[in-house]
Write a protein that binds this ligand. Structure first.
Ligand code: N13
Length: 271
């Protein structure tokens, strides 16, 4: 039977997501705690995001992974759409990062390993996230990482695989583009790893123009404090590579000595 708003008691606002606000909510009968995202239909009309919303819902309902925030279901009334999302008790990873200034190497390695596993899972299902940033990363009650926002993910057509490896028909920019898309998430892992360990992203600059220049130049420098291990810097340097095809692949990330040595296999790392 379809859910209605009457099935939930609404609590405090948890944040403003894209196109809507998210509230703490409790399902009345089961007392189960969820995050209820409210999206106004007029916003969907105004921004013409029907197809994107539908795609996100299809993507999110099709994904089930311990490091991807669950979408349990949805319902609507005359002017709003409600998404029943998993509640992450630990809130935004960003908060932890800002509170502590930077994460320990064990925390950073654990979260990079969790992200890598979640991305390997997504790429296996031809989903490219493309918008991973600390604000979209949540923590559950055990400190386990949950990727929350599929704001710009795309269900990439897996034509190449179904063409069983014959690339003959694909234009070079098509092939390059596809690799580039997948490897964009690997690049982001490098940015995040740096940000987890130093407290801010590597190519920060006064203006967007300068940031773009620094990114295109791979103007990567490692501050002397906090003191970060050579292995960590090695992993970052193998991810922040201009040529997408030369970035460390996700399974190579999982085998990297820094990850093997520091990541908590249970993905929680209560330090
Ligand atoms: O909009 C989102 C992602 C999303 C998730 C959330 C979100 C935000 C916050 C939370 C929280 C949460 N727990 C907290 C604890 C303390 C402080 C803050 C907290 N926020 N738990 N679950 C959440 C989920 N906002 N936006 N997905 C989406 C959008 C359209 C279609 C679709 F299928 C999915």
């Amino acid at each position: 039977k379809p859910w209605t708003l009457a099935d939930f008691e609404i609590g405090k606002p948890l944040g403003k997501g894209k196109f809507g606000r998210v509230y703490l909510a409790r399902e009345v009968k089961s007392k189960y705690i969820v995050a209820l995202k409210v999206i106004f239909k007029e916003q969907i009309e105004k921004y013409k995001i029907h197809h994107q919303l539908r795609r996100e819902m299809e993507i999110q309902t099709s994904l089930s992974h311990p490091n991807i925030l669950g979408l349990y279901g949805w319902f609507h009334d005359d002017d709003r759409i409600f998404l029943i999302l998993e509640y992450a008790h630990g809130g935004e990873l960003y908060g932890l990062l800002k509170k502590n200034g930077h994460l320990t190497e064990k925390q950073a390695a654990t979260y990079i390993a969790s992200l890598s596993q979640a991305l390997a899972y997504c790429h296996g299902k031809c989903v490219i996230h493309r918008d991973i940033k600390p604000e979209n990363l949540l923590l559950d009650h055990e400190g386990r990482l949950k990727i929350a926002d599929f704001g710009w993910s795309v269900q990439s057509s897996n034509k190449r695989k179904t063409m069983c490896g014959t690339l003959d028909y694909l234009a070079p920019e098509m092939v390059e583009n596809r690799d580039h898309d997948y490897a964009v998430d690997n690049w982001t892992l490098g940015i995040l790893c740096y940000e987890f360990l130093y407290g801010n992203p590597p190519f920060e600059a006064e203006s967007q123009k300068d940031t773009f220049k620094r990114i295109l130049k791979i103007d990567l420098t490692f501050p002397t404090t906090p003191n970060v291990s050579a292995e960590a810097k090695n992993l970052i340097s193998q991810l922040l590579v201009k040529d997408p095809s030369k970035r460390l692949s996700i399974d190579k990330i999982m085998q990297h000595p820094w990850i093997v040595k520091n990541a908590d296999p249970k993905g929680v790392c209560l330090n």
